[in-house]
Design a protein around this ligand. Structure first.
Ligand SMILES: [Zn+2]
Length: 294
């Protein structure tokens, strides 16, 4: 039971597709054919004196799963520092992490003052709505979304993406997907989260906190230690030792400079809300210490 729970350690997410907006090309320059005889009237540029105040709360569909279910992000605040919580990536086998995220959303809807003004907090209740609906750990293709990231770019080889992944029960053939980021859900997570300062992913039920198994990212370790102090879950600095964890989203995000950690709840039943709220609030008050370089 414990072993099965421990398999779950690791995740990632990101959503808002960033469609670059390009400036329209505008009119082509017209060559001047004659010197002006009259002084041109200076163009007056209208500078708006008022801009609309952004709504402090909103939610948006970040994308769709393979089976067409929406992946939704709930936003709290409008500050420049992006913090993302992903409630559930391992679907129906870790339902209580989804419940935790829903309770977090309800809390911050009532207590938006707990989001510092410089922060935008995003909460994604589930990055794996198909697995949640179908009762599976994997997505609609039975790919493990926390084994599907491209983790080949860091300093260690042990966590590199592989097609057939390790589990407590042995090898899960095809668990990593046909190639890194083959799944729409992991693509969406990658694109949404990789510009965040902090990302936290919830799992159950190892009762520990993990970061990249490459153990080479100081900001992620600082995040994990802060979370551990506030929640009481121990930080497993040595990582998951029973078998290689490959293609985990926190490993990918650490490569990108995002402070990323996984919180494993202690059971598969309760949301363990109070201690996890304490963890999130501690992190929101500690961004300068966590995210400072290196
Ligand atoms: Zn998990």
């Amino acid at each position: 039971m414990l072993c099965l729970a421990l398999v779950c350690a690791f995740t990632g997410c990101g959503l808002e597709p960033k469609v670059p907006t390009e400036e329209p090309a505008g009119d082509p320059p017209v060559a001047s054919t004659a010197a002006p005889t009259v002084q041109p009237t200076p163009t007056v540029v209208q500078i708006p004196t008022e801009t609309a105040t952004p709504d402090p709360y909103g939610h948006e569909v970040l994308g769709e799963s393979w089976e067409g279910r929406p992946v939704v992000g709930h936003r709290f605040g409008t500050g420049p520092r992006k913090v993302v919580l992903v409630g559930n990536i391992h679907g129906g086998t870790e339902k209580n992490t989804h419940q935790l995220a829903l309770e977090m959303i309800a809390y911050f809807e009532k207590d938006l003052d707990n989001v510092p003004p410089e922060v935008t907090l995003w909460i994604i209740p589930t990055a794996n709505p198909d697995g949640l609906a179908n009762g599976t750990r994997g997505n609609g293709h039975l790919v493990d979304l926390n084994r599907n990231a491209d983790t080949d770019g860091d300093a260690c080889a042990e966590n590199d993406w592989v097609k057939d992944t390790h589990t407590t029960e042995g090898i899960n053939e095809g668990g990593g997907g046909p190639e890194p980021f083959s799944e729409v859900e992991t693509q969406l997570l990658r694109d949404f989260v990789e510009d965040a300062e902090v990302a936290i992913f919830y799992h159950s039920m190892a009762g520990m906190i993990f970061v990249t198994s490459c153990a080479d990212h100081v900001a992620s370790e600082r995040l994990a230690r802060r979370l551990s102090e506030a929640t009481g879950y121990p930080f497993a600095a040595e990582g998951w030792v029973s078998y290689p964890v490959t293609g985990a989203i926190v490993d990918y995000l650490a490569q990108q400079g995002v402070a990323a950690a996984e919180v494993e709840l202690e059971t598969k039943v309760d949301s363990e809300f109070d201690r996890n709220l304490a963890g999130v609030r501690a992190v929101l008050q500690s961004l300068d210490q966590i995210a400072s370089s290196p």
